[in-house]
Structures are given as structure tokens and as C-alpha cells.
Ligand binder design. Structure first.
Ligand SMILES: Nc1ncnc2c1ncn2[C@@H]1O[C@H](COP(=O)(O)OP(=O)(O)OP(=O)(O)O)[C@@H](O)[C@H]1O
Length: 535
């Protein structure tokens, strides 16, 4: 590929860059060349140093040593704002949009653009959306958008800010296959216009799908830097972690009585589609997968089942050490007559919960030990120091529990903020899935989000083991593979209803795809929901 003089002025090159956090060596003499007009995938195990390298390139963290250049001249951004001005912008793993503000307002305020008026900001963003071929509401508070739309919105703001080098830290972790496809199409067309994209991902099939160049990090060291063309996912995995352990064959399990049940549940939230009469039963000893495109109601269903959103009508029941019933907007428990069955009551009755966004459940300013003993009792508000102690749960040997879930480093006194994103996810799993007592039911949304192959495999095995020990497990995900990797049966939601319920042997990608798109199981055209009036 020939590079024009203009493009040569935008090549980002890091040479022998190291970065340490106290005694932790996050990067050791890493070199990388990011070319205009190419997608550069950056992969590696959890804690390998990917986000650190991205932050160094984007001016968020200074390197401890090494040199970086932009277009052949030294590039030493003092901060993120300077890197952005030089055209290097990063969309972080944890989204940074202000929830109370719309995308337009985020662009104006957070991007410090006092001289751009609202109308021109709006049309710039609308034009960017158009090119990206995505639809995101520009005027609604971003907190009211689905997670995937907030993710896309953040990318759109960065693009509108004129980045020539765009660093995306796991942008696809919470996107469904259709949205990933749309995003990649856009990334490719941006590349054709000369933009350089650094794509951090754990989904190795994406490397083959979209990347031109590849850097593999392992324990802060660069173990591969070169063309991505022709490399198979298994070869990349081998570069990252050596050989992967074989998946243990699934042990036979017996399905017990229904533990978690939703009956005729109707609910509404501002963040997601409505629930329109949902019936679902999860038995002891089974893993049910919950699939659906974003906005189909699966987030809301989990919020209702976890006790964070009261249903308008219908009933939710958790059978455990006692029976907890949530009816309509009221709640009652057989054991506690005063009612008020909230998330904490469900939890006390043996419900484990892994939310879609780990920030709803992990407190960065608390130590790992404290994080093993707290939980947030309020959905939609970030978990914080007001989070409630878990009480009776046994976390007497936190170091062992952290080590069992391969949290790196497994030091209970460390603050959670010092863990990489994937290791925070493992911490959450250690708390929710690692208690001595098997939970009666597990609700997990994207439990392997941000985890490398080995860690994801370990969490999948843990979920199946919990089912074998008698838990009723419900796993929702945007990622069909994540669902198919654990489920005994797959339930699909569309438009706030359950539209398919298939044993795993019958859950072919085609059948699931049709159900997720709201199409009937056969090829019969679906009757139109509303028709244009006749002219
Ligand atoms: N602010 C910090 N303070 C202390 N240690 C940190 C800090 N940020 C990162 N680290 C450590 O640096 C190492 C690399 O972390 P980094 O976030 O770059 O990994 P990563 O490859 O992006 O992982 P993941 O896939 O889990 O997101 C880890 O050991 C992590 O614990």
C-alpha cells in the first residue's frame, strides 16, 4: 500500500514504550506503528496492557519511558485534549458520555466547543450518523439510550471531533452481530478516507473480519506485530496464551423444579422496550440463554427478575430458602409479611446477579476484599460506597476466592480501580459465582464481556457447574456465541415478548436469527403490524 505525503504526516509510531504503575509493569518496551487507512487490531489476555498502550497513545497516561512520534515528529501529548487536537482520539471501554445530556450537548460541552452553536453541532453529528449508517437519537439524554446506542453515540462524537486516528477500546463488547456488522462497514469506509483505526478486541474472529494489521501483547510484552491477513483465530489465540485447555465435556444434569418464574409480566422502562406479557420458567439445574437484538426487552426482563424494576402487572417468583413473590408494582414475601421484596430480598433468598455494565456492581474506590462483600441495591445508579454489605456471605478467604477466579493480581487490599477491565469482570464473577453456598438462581448479562478466551471459558464452566449443583441459571447476551456456549435451551425476545424457546440442539443460527428479527419460524411473510392508509 502506498502512503500519500499527507497520510505519512499521520503515522503514529511508538518505540520501546514502557509504563509502570508502582511495582506493576503494564508495558515493557512495546513498539507499534499505526498506519493511516488501516484497521490495527490490538489483542491480548486480560491485563496484557492493551488499554494502557491505548491510553499512552491517546495522551491519557504518560509513558514511563520510550518515544512516540506522529508523522515522524515527536508526539508527547500533555493530556487527552492535546492528543485530540492532534487528531488522536480514544473511545474508552467505560463510556464517558454524560448521561443527563444528549449527544449534541455532550459534543458541545464535553468537547469544549463554546463557539459552535447547537444547530451546526447537530447537523455535523447527523451527517456523521448518516455516514455511519446508524440511527441514534441525538436529542434524548444519553442515559435513556440502550447500552449499544450509547456506545455508538460515543464513537460518533469522536468521529465528529475529527479524529484521524481513532482508538476503540473493545467497542464491540456490548454490540449484537448486526450492530457489529454496521460498525465494521463504517470503519472500513473511514479507512478508505484515510482514517487509522486501532481496535482493541477479545473477539478474535473480528481480527480476520476487519483488521489489516495486528499487535499481540502478553504480560506487557509485544509478542507479535505485523500483518493480520491470513491469520486464523486459533493462531492468534496461540500467540496470546499458548494452547487453550480443552473444553470439559458437559456432565449430564437433571432438570429440577422451577426456581425462577415470570408469569404474564408487563413492565415498562425508559431504557428499553416494554415487556408485554412475558412467561418464563427457569428450572433448577438448567442454563437458559436469553437472546435478542438490543431493545427487545431482555435488559428489562432481567431488571424485573432481579427486583430493580417493579412489573406493572404479572408475577415473579423465586423459590429458595423461602419463596419471594413480586406481584404487580407491589412485592411480598412469604417470610417477610411487610413485603417490599426488593433486589436485596431476592438476594437474601439466593439470587446472584451479574449486570450488563460492571460499573453497576463493582466499586472502583473500594478494595477487592470490600468488593467481595458488597453489592449495589439500586439499578441504574453506579455501585458506590453506599452499596450494601452482603451480610451473611462468607468471604473469609478473599485471596483464595480471587485466585480461584484468576483475578490478577489476586491481592485483596488492592483498589478495584487498579484492575484491568477484564479483571474487574472476574472480580464481579468471583463475588457472584464464587460464594461457598450455591445460589438458587443466577441472572447474568454478558458474563464473559471483556474476558479473554481462557477466562471466558472458565466463567462458562462455572455457570454450568452451578447449574449442576442445582442453580437455575439465566444468561442473556448480545453475543449469540456466549449464549450458545452455555445454554441448554435458548429463549428469544422480540418486541417485549418471548417469540421462541428452543432446546440447544434445535437452536441453529438461522432459526435464532429469524426469531431475533421478529420473523416467523418458517418463510411465511409476517403480517404487517400497521399498514399505510390506502391512497
Ligand atoms: N491505574 C492503575 N493502577 C495500577 N495498576 C494498573 C492501573 N491500570 C492498569 N493497571 C495494571 O496494568 C496492567 C495492564 O492493564 P490494562 O488495563 O492495560 O490491561 P488490558 O490488556 O487492557 O486488560 P483487559 O483486557 O482486562 O481490559 C494490569 O496488571 C493492571 O492491573
Amino acid at each position: 500500500m502506498t502512503i500519500s505525503p499527507q497520510e505519512a504526516g499521520r503515522v503514529v509510531e511508538a518505540r520501546s514504550v514502557s509504563k509502570s504503575y508502582g511495582p506493576v509493569r503494564a508495558l515493557h518496551e512495546v513498539s507499534i506503528t499505526v498506519r493511516p487507512g488501516a484497521v490495527h487490531a490490538l489483542v491480548g489476555e486480560n491485563g496484557a496492557g492493551k488499554s494502557t498502550l491505548a491510553k499512552v497513545l491517546a495522551g491519557i497516561e504518560p509513558p514511563s519511558s520510550g518515544a512516540i512520534s506522529l508523522g515522524g515528529v515527536p508526539y508527547v501529548p500533555r493530556d487527552r485534549a492535546e492528543a485530540k487536537r492532534r487528531g488522536v482520539n480514544m473511545v474508552p471501554q467505560q463510556l464517558s458520555l454524560v448521561g443527563e445530556l444528549s449527544l449534541v450537548e455532550n459534543y458541545l460541552v464535553v468537547g469544549s466547543r463554546p463557539f459552535v452553536n447547537r444547530r451546526s453541532a447537530r447537523s455535523l453529528l447527523a451527517a456523521t450518523l448518516d455516514r455511519a449508517r446508524v440511527e441514534v437519537d441525538l436529542d434524548a439524554p444519553t442515559a435513556s439510550l440502550t447500552h449499544s446506542h450509547r456506545q455508538l453515540g460515543e464513537i460518533v462524537v469522536a468521529l465528529a471531533e475529527g479524529a484521524h486516528t481513532l482508538i476503540l477500546d473493545e467497542p464491540t463488547a456490548s454490540l449484537g452481530p448486526l450492530e457489529v456488522g454496521g460498525l465494521f462497514e463504517h470503519l472500513r469506509s473511514l479507512c478508505e478516507l484515510g482514517t487509522a483505526i486501532v481496535l482493541i478486541t477479545h473477539r478474535l474472529d473480528e481480527v480476520r473480519q476487519v483488521a489489516d494489521d495486528l499487535t499481540v501483547l502478553s504480560h506487557g510484552l509485544e509478542v507479535h506485530h505485523g500483518s493480520a491477513t491470513g491469520l486464523r483465530p486459533t493462531e492468534i489465540a496461540r500467540l496470546m496464551v499458548g494452547e487453550l485447555p480443552e473444553l470439559a465435556p458437559r456432565a449430564a444434569r437433571t432438570r429440577g423444579a422451577v426456581t425462577l418464574r415470570a408469569e404474564a409480566v408487563v413492565a415498562q422502562s425508559t431504557r428499553d422496550a416494554r415487556l408485554d406479557g412475558v412467561d418464563l420458567a427457569v428450572h433448577a439445574g438448567e442454563v437458559v440463554g436469553l437472546a435478542g437484538v438490543a431493545g427487545s426487552g431482555q435488559n428489562l426482563l432481567l431488571d424485573v427478575l432481579a427486583g430493580f424494576v417493579p412489573p406493572r402487572s404479572g408475577t415473579v417468583t423465586l423459590e429458595g430458602s423461602r419463596t419471594v413473590t413480586i406481584t404487580g408494582s407491589r412485592a411480598s414475601t412469604a417470610a417477610a409479611e411487610r413485603g417490599g421484596a426488593t433486589a436485596s430480598t431476592l438476594r437474601a433468598a439466593g439470587l446472584a446477579w451479574i449486570p450488563e455494565d460492571r460499573r453497576d456492581a463493582v466499586v472502583p474506590t473500594m478494595s477487592l476484599r470490600e468488593n467481595l462483600a458488597v453489592y449495589s441495591s439500586s439499578r441504574g445508579r453506579r455501585a458506590d460506597a453506599r452499596s450494601r454489605p452482603q451480610g451473611s456471605d462468607d468471604v473469609s478467604a478473599p485471596a483464595d476466592r480471587l485466585a480461584a477466579f484468576d483475578v490478577r493480581p489476586p491481592r485483596p487490599e488492592l483498589l478495584a480501580a487498579g484492575l484491568s477491565g477484564g479483571n474487574q469482570q472476574k472480580l464481579l464473577a468471583a463475588r457472584e459465582l464464587g460464594a461457598a453456598k450455591t445460589p438458587n438462581a443466577v441472572l447474568a448479562y454478558g458474563p464473559t464481556q471483556g474476558l479473554d478466551l481462557r477466562a471466558a471459558q472458565a466463567i462458562r464452566e462455572r455457570l454450568v457447574d452451578l447449574a449442576a449443583d442445582g442453580a437455575a441459571v439465566l444468561v442473556a447476551s448480545h453475543d449469540l456465541e456466549e449464549v450458545l456456549g452455555v445454554a441448554d435451551r435458548v429463549v428469544v425476545m422480540f418486541g417485549g415478548r418471548i417469540v421462541a424457546d428452543l432446546p440447544i440442539a434445535e437452536a441453529t443460527t438461522e432459526r435464532l436469527g429469524r426469531a431475533m428479527a421478529g420473523l416467523p419460524a418458517d418463510d411465511t411473510p409476517r403480517p404487517a403490524i400497521s399498514e399505510e392508509p390506502a391512497p
